[in-house]
Design a protein around this ligand. Structure first.
Ligand code: CA
Length: 225
């Protein structure tokens, strides 16, 4: 299936930028594509990243509170794996190496073209989505490419639709998806509303009841690990 970042569910982006002009400007531009949250210093950025689990981060290098690269390193130590693009006023080779060493995936020197920032973010998200082929699913591991789930008892094969549904839920483990969203994302929109319920039922039959949680009145999400 297509990466869901371009689908109706928009990717969330955390921008950590203290510049009073550039920050709000980027929120506006990036807001066309992403659900953007702005943090104005390193401390706020750290807190936001740990509590809201953004899909991608844009981090200014020169920040008050916690400096940008220190922030990235702390996020990596805390297990945050979302891709990070660092913005910097400097552009030396050493500067770039420092950024990559800290755990950032990409690097853009100020002043930059907004179109280039958007292109880099698209590439970052695509790469990130493409490489995480094994996802945690309620204590089992889900091999997205080969459509099977490995558990203590062995390997369970999934159909293409079952795998698509499970992938959407597993890539956003805390998010609740409505039936309508899942119909759009998994089935391309053209099915009966109860199709989602049927596939949830199939997956529970194969993988156990707790694999997918019903959130009453809202929809479904991945079950707890
Ligand atoms: Ca700055």
């Amino acid at each position: 299936m297509e990466p869901i970042v371009d689908a109706p569910v928009r990717a969330s982006l955390l921008l950590v930028e203290d510049d009073r002009e550039l920050g709000p400007l980027l929120v506006e531009v990036l807001g066309d594509v992403y659900d953007v949250t702005l943090a104005r210093d390193g401390q706020a950025g750290l807190h936001r990243a740990l509590t809201s689990e953004p899909d991608v981060l844009v981090v200014d290098r020169g920040l008050p509170g916690i400096e940008g690269l220190d922030l990235v390193a702390r996020l990596r130590r805390s297990g945050v794996r979302a891709p990070v693009l660092v913005l910097t006023a400097r552009g030396t080779v050493q500067d770039r190496v420092d950024g990559l060493d800290a755990g950032a995936e990409d690097y853009l020197v100020k002043p930059f073209d907004v179109a280039e920032l958007l292109a880099r973010l698209r590439a970052l998200l695509r790469r990130h989505t493409d490489t995480s082929d094994v996802l945690d699913v309620a204590g089992a591991s889900f091999d997205v490419r080969n459509r099977h789930v490995t558990r203590d008892h062995g390997v369970v094969d999934l159909t293409a639709r079952e795998a698509d549904l499970l992938e959407v839920l597993a890539r956003h483990p805390r998010r609740v998806f409505t039936r309508e969203e899942l119909i759009q994302l998994v089935f391309g929109g053209d099915v009966e509303p109860n199709t989602v319920d049927s596939y949830v039922h199939y997956l529970r039959d194969k993988l156990g009841r707790t694999t997918i949680q019903t959130v009453h009145g809202l929809g479904y999400r991945l079950g707890p690990a």
